[in-house]
Design a protein. Structure first.
Length: 220
């Protein structure tokens, strides 16, 4: 995918109160040296990129319109998106990853995405960027139980993907209070969906607002 992602990639990791924990710039999205072993990078992870990411995401990344996305294509995007979210989460080497070892190994072995994960996407009107923003949130739900969330939002050229994972006993789902109509594509996308969505992000500030939209949630 590197040839589709020109320019520098800016990464920001934020804490519960939106304070910046880490911020750095990469020339390429190559995690081999610090995060992923060579065997995984050249094996099953490479297969996700070759057989899922490139066929399903390339047109969206370069800004092509009138692209029909069925459930099979949405599932392929979800595999690449979740893999990327896990890798970025693991970059917090000083802290325990949100996704535990069992979840990570289960994904490697069976490409199974946990049920407590949702994904949305939209279009970015300002290409030529690589933006990744992650947030870790903690709070209490109305039933008194604690809830933890990990939100990973990244932009690659024209495509913006947001992955949201949560931990809460008995919770069936969550929703945001914002009005931005991002399109849910995993675990299910709407039938006969045609890219691009009606709402798109116009500026970097809107991208930041979109990244923060899970600060207030609706419990399902």
């Amino acid at each position: 995918m590197a040839e589709l992602l020109p320019g520098k990639k800016r990464l920001t990791i934020r804490g519960t109160n939106r304070e910046i924990k880490q911020r750095w710039t990469l020339k390429t999205l190559d995690w081999t040296a610090k995060v992923v072993c060579q065997k995984c990078n050249n094996g099953w992870m490479s297969d996700i990129e070759s057989y899922h990411a490139k066929p399903s995401m390339s047109d969206l990344i370069i800004g092509k319109d009138d692209v029909q996305i069925d459930q099979a294509k949405a599932d392929s995007i979800a595999l690449f998106a979740f893999k990327s979210a896990v890798v970025v989460d693991y970059l917090r080497r000083a802290e325990e990853p949100f996704f535990n070892r069992s979840t990570r190994h289960n994904f490697k072995d069976s490409l199974s995405i946990p049920k407590d994960v949702g994904m949305w996407f939209t279009k970015f009107a300002q290409p030529g960027r690589g933006e990744i923003s992650t947030t870790y949130l903690k709070g209490n739900s109305p039933d008194g139980n604690g809830i933890e969330m990990y939100v990973c939002t990244y932009a690659v050229e024209y495509l913006v993907i947001q992955i949201v994972a949560f931990r809460h006993p008995g919770l069936h789902g969550i929703s945001t209070k914002d009005k931005f109509a991002a399109v849910p594509f995993w675990p299910r996308i709407a039938d006969a969906f045609v890219w691009p969505p009606a709402d798109v992000l116009q500026t970097v500030d809107e991208f930041k607002t979109f990244s923060d939209r899970w600060n207030e949630i609706i419990i399902i």
